[in-house]
Design a protein around this ligand. Structure first.
Ligand SMILES: Cc1cc2nc3c(=O)[nH]c(=O)nc-3n(C[C@H](O)[C@H](O)[C@H](O)COP(=O)(O)OP(=O)(O)OC[C@H]3O[C@@H](n4cnc5c(N)ncnc54)[C@H](O)[C@@H]3O)c2cc1C
Length: 408
């Protein structure tokens, strides 16, 4: 079963957010050329809050809008149209997924000290799991935490911690129990920054280059040395040995949020492509009149349509509290490829202009390549999905339940 009816209140909030993104966030992107981003973002956040547009999925008692999975998905699909959208409503990654983890698994002390300022937009948090030693298979992490009375002392290294150089708090994963079963060897620690034990070596230069987006999101992806970092025991999130559960909890939402923002970005790219081919003529005819060009637009529209349906179905399952792990992995891979294809097509149809920095397309293209790697690379998700296909067949004599077939 799936219910396609979108409730009136969800439609209304989507409309308010769309208006905010179009009338305030998109014009503010231009202001970044002349005003410091903190000022621009500060004004946007003030305006968002005054309109009750703040932390969409956080319950009202914690200062958020209390939206359920469906309304939140609709809102996120709007926010991704502007790279200031999510930031303006304090629902940007990586902070948002971590807020969710603290909300569900944090102690009262952790909520008061660490979650509250995050929800207020006063502080930012980064997530340090990946190491040069281990990424896709994070159980290879070497960073080690040793108990010392009421504290832990952590030593090791991290890399690609997004936003670490502007974060006030880091969530750091380290090995606490080397003899425990593989997925219970690690714990997650809340670390206050700056901290002499958590040294940022550099922001790693990437194919996305130095961009305004990188600046806005705050300093890129950091390489970190962890040396004799002292963390109180009360800063372990979710209990000792629960690091992987905490990681999965935050990644599950983060994956989908990327996908929701991808829909908005792809929609904007397709709009730009349509506008361009209507205006541009070659060989005596508008590009828009060529069937080959229409097919390119049609392929993008098909992908976007499927992307929306996938997200709505997952939101529906989340609303009902149903297991959505298989769909989450399928969607994560599909949405990363979808946005890549649509932005690539939009660049192609813009010709050299698409390759230039005179439109946002080139910047989007280099930044979204990472989505096939982050939060689990394509191959790891496809591996999981494929195993579930086989499991379903063995159990039910059909693979339907692993391929959306429970809709029937
Ligand atoms: C832009 C960006 C932001 C990031 N932000 C963060 C962050 O904030 N915090 C954080 O902790 N990490 C972050 N990461 C790291 C990210 O989570 C890792 O890059 C990811 O987990 C993959 O790990 P890896 O790069 O070490 O690749 P590896 O583990 O070395 O894997 C390399 C490749 O091998 C293939 N592969 C791996 N396993 C399998 C398999 N079982 N079967 C088939 N093929 C396989 C895949 O193609 C994979 O891409 C970020 C990365 C990027 C690019």
């Amino acid at each position: 079963m799936i219910d396609f009816e979108i409730p009136e209140d969800a439609k209304a909030v989507r409309l308010r957010v769309r208006k905010f993104v179009h009338e305030e966030c998109m014009p503010a992107e231009k202001e970044l050329e002349t005003r410091p981003y903190k000022e621009v973002l500060g004004d946007l956040r003030k305006s968002a809050r005054s309109q009750g547009l703040w932390c969409p999925f956080i319950p009202p008692e914690y200062g958020g809008m209390g939206l359920g999975p469906l309304a939140n998905a609709l809102v996120q699909m709007e926010l991704g149209e502007s790279y200031l959208g999510a930031l303006a409503m304090n629902t940007q990654g990586p902070d948002d997924a971590t807020m969710l983890t603290l909300l569900v698994h944090g102690t009262d002390f952790q909520k008061e000290k660490y979650l509250k300022p995050l929800l207020n937009g006063e502080k930012r948090i980064c997530y340090s799991m990946t190491e040069k030693a281990a990424g896709a298979d994070a159980t290879g992490m070497q960073t080690r935490a040793i108990r010392d009375g009421d504290n832990w002392v952590i030593n090791g290294e991290k890399w690609f911690s997004s936003g670490a150089s502007v974060a006030d708090i880091a969530m750091v994963m380290a090995k606490t129990s080397p003899d425990a079963p593989r997925h219970q060897q690690f714990s997650t620690f809340l670390v206050e920054l700056p901290n002499p034990g958590y040294q940022i070596v550099r922001n790693i230069k990437t194919m996305a280059g130095e961009s305004r987006l990188g600046e806005v999101l705050g300093g890129g992806h950091a390489e970190i040395i962890i040396k004799d970092l002292v963390v109180p025991n009360e800063n372990i999130v979710g209990g000792e040995g629960q690091g992987f559960n905490m990681g999965q909890h935050r990644l599950a939402y983060g994956r989908l949020r990327h996908g929701m923002h991808n829909v908005a970005m792809a929609q904007r790219a397709l709009d730009m492509a349509a506008k361009r081919v209507l205006e541009r003529s070659t060989f005596g005819r508008p590009l828009a009149d060529r069937q080959g060009v229409q097919w390119m637009l049609a392929d993008c529209a098909s992908e976007l349509y499927m992307a929306r349906l996938v997200l709505l179905h997952i939101a529906y399952k989340a609303e009902k509290g149903l297991d959505l792990r298989q769909e989450n992995s399928i969607a994560k891979v599909f949405l990363a490829h979808m946005v890549h294809k649509v932005v690539d097509t939009a660049i192609q149809l813009h010709g050299a202009l698409g390759y230039s920095e005179d439109t946002p397309l080139a910047r989007w293209y280099t930044s979204i390549r990472s989505q096939r790697l982050v939060d689990g690379p394509d191959e790891v998700h496809r591996w999981t999905v494929g195993r579930n296909v086989l499991k379903a067949y063995k159990e039910f004599g059909t693979t339907a339940s692993a391929a959306g077939g429970d809709l029937l």
